[in-house]
Design a protein around this ligand. Sequence first.
Ligand code: GTQ
Ligand code: FE2
Length: 367
Amino acid sequence: MNANLEVSREAFVEDLVANNFTTYFVATHPKYSQSNPAFRFTPSPVSVAVPYSWSYADARERLMSLSSLLTQEEAERRNINYVNPALKEFMPAAALPTLRGGIQLLLPDEKAYAHRHSANAFRLVLEAPDAGAYTTVEGSRLPMSKGDLILTPNWTWHDHHNEGNSHVIWYDGLDVLMAYWIGGVFYEEMKDVTGDEYQSVLRESESVTAAYGPGLVHRKQMYPDHIPVSDNTLIYYPYGKARQLLTDLADDGAGDPHEGVLVEYVNPLNNGPVFPSMGVSIRLIRGKSTVEAMHRTENVIFITMEGSVTFHLPDNQTFTTQPHDVTAIPSWVPYSITNTENEPAVLVSQTDRPVFKALGFYREAAV
Ligand code: GTQ
Ligand code: FE2
């Protein structure tokens, strides 16, 4: 290339960028393409996030330390969030581009006051007293027993209580990052609206589960993608039902080479995902077996509930998990999951797949 032209181009790009413009050419520019890799069209998705796994022991130790440094009265929610190392500089508390995860603690006799937000959230109970821990959602008192899934959909009041004789710890999964980036975050505290800090209990969880059933189906029985998902009124999915269903399906020989024995938590009104923006599923991986890798456009977080598994990712990266460890996999990164133990492993997953499906971006491909 003519030296003058090269100098002129460089000067042009410098001026453009300095004045808050850009051009497609910048995407391949040796200097600017490095600072802005996502601007380039790639043949298939290249996530801004990286795969990562956090041990429960590490997170739990920090949650316990926090509880001796910060009282429940000071902390609106006393938690430790999982942060993706590739996102920490520019996204607030993000495990993946769309998904936030964390663990939260209530000691005996502690409670967390009522608030509501436009972000959808779920709680997956990890450690709980035999009785006495619960979340109240829109007046329904939902027990927090190990493995239970509790939803706090968009704009529903929720407060957490521990009247048991040992601590309760649960995993919080939220879709708040997308709401944040598109400008959809709303939030309020109940005391500012009604003057009360906590909700009155109007009904017990049985009235929720009796009205709608367990809300668990094989993923293949889910809604056709063209039917819109609306609000989910089933907000409580006890662990016993989900776990038994996995055992029954496994005994029946069910399972998919790329998913294991997978059951989706659904909105019973339409068999769609639990939230319009976020799905939750639970799967069993038989002892001495592997769930094979494939590419999928979804950001997914796994919470190991039982057993120990190893995720195998590209470049020989591996994560071996123990119960309650959290593993984040960005869109399109293929991974297999191997259970080397004799006993089955159980994993819960949090995914933004409904976002891709709703927008027409959902794809799968063999590795
Ligand atoms: O327990 O209501 O981890 O509102 C983040 C935001 C938990 C909660 C989180 C929340 C909550
Ligand atoms: Fe909340």
